[in-house]
Design a protein around this ligand. Sequence first.
Ligand SMILES: Nc1ncnc2c1ncn2[C@@H]1O[C@H](COP(=O)(O)OP(=O)(O)OP(=O)(O)O)[C@@H](O)[C@H]1O
Ligand SMILES: [Mg+2]
Length: 319
Amino acid sequence: MNNSIVEVKNIWKRYEIKRWGLKRIAFNALINVSLNVSKGETVGILGESGCGKTTLGKIILDLEKPDKGEVFWFGKKLKELTKEEYKIYRPKFQAVFQDPYSSLNPRYKIADILLEPYLINVEKNKKKGLEKAEEVLNLVGLRTEVLKKYPHALSGGERQRVALARALMVSPSLIVLDEPTSALDITLAVQILELLKDFKKSFNLSYILISHSLPVVLYLSDWIVVMYLGRIVEICKKDVFSKVKHHPYTLMLLDAHPDPFSPKRFFSKKVKGEIASPLYRPNGCEFHPRCEEREKACSENIPQLRKINDFQYIACFKR
Ligand SMILES: Nc1ncnc2c1ncn2[C@@H]1O[C@H](COP(=O)(O)OP(=O)(O)OP(=O)(O)O)[C@@H](O)[C@H]1O
Ligand SMILES: [Mg+2]
């Protein structure tokens, strides 16, 4: 694929957990997941807790290995990269997680937190590293005084800016943003989203934006990927998102977050049914027990993700 920064093809991931300390249960956290992120593009990944968003992010970052399927970095199979290529490509993929409290080492000053990735991945030159640190702090809207502080001396929003600054220290091509704003209150969240939007434009950065919030995903993404129990059930281009017919699960999410800026949101319906677990997969379409449009076939067969047109893919018999 042209300008592909990362691509995953037919990824499966299986985990095993121990139940009641005894019995081991294996389950699929990801099933046949494929997606591509091109240069400068943001792909938003939406879905309820446990649907496999973070697992997919970790596989993209090579923090987890898939059981089946392939990961491509810059069009090359990750498995086949030479050590030298891996060393060059690895820092191009960075992450910012939800909780800046736990992702920043509390024993390091901000200067050291920012310097560490630079000294390891860019060059062993502390002076230049500090210059870069001042530059990125400026970009994320923090004063250089924070360099001397420890993470606990900063507010939640400032900490998330530091996490973003650390990712920018190594001039990445793609940042996996895993719930980057969900620990922040709305004003701070909006500020971080605006920063991310600016960086996307100025540096032609790609993002994978993981969130359970439709408004957040819509704000930043070029493509919206909706996951349910480890499968992609819909891929839709943002430009057409408000104009097309969606997967019934996407519609349910839309119902829960109709329009973030509309007063009607206060009357929105709640998401229906229990949040499903990959440990107990229904037969057929896994969403069918919660689906208002279900038919007999939905409980018997699994719908595959199908191309509707150049802007939309849906896994549903009714679309
Ligand atoms: N290391 C692991 N060992 C066993 N099970 C795991 C492991 N990591 C994740 N899981 C399970 O895999 C499933 C997918 O988890 P994942 O963290 O990817 O979901 P998520 O969509 O990011 O959820 P959330 O919105 O709560 O962050 C969950 O059922 C989770 O409990
Ligand atoms: Mg997660």
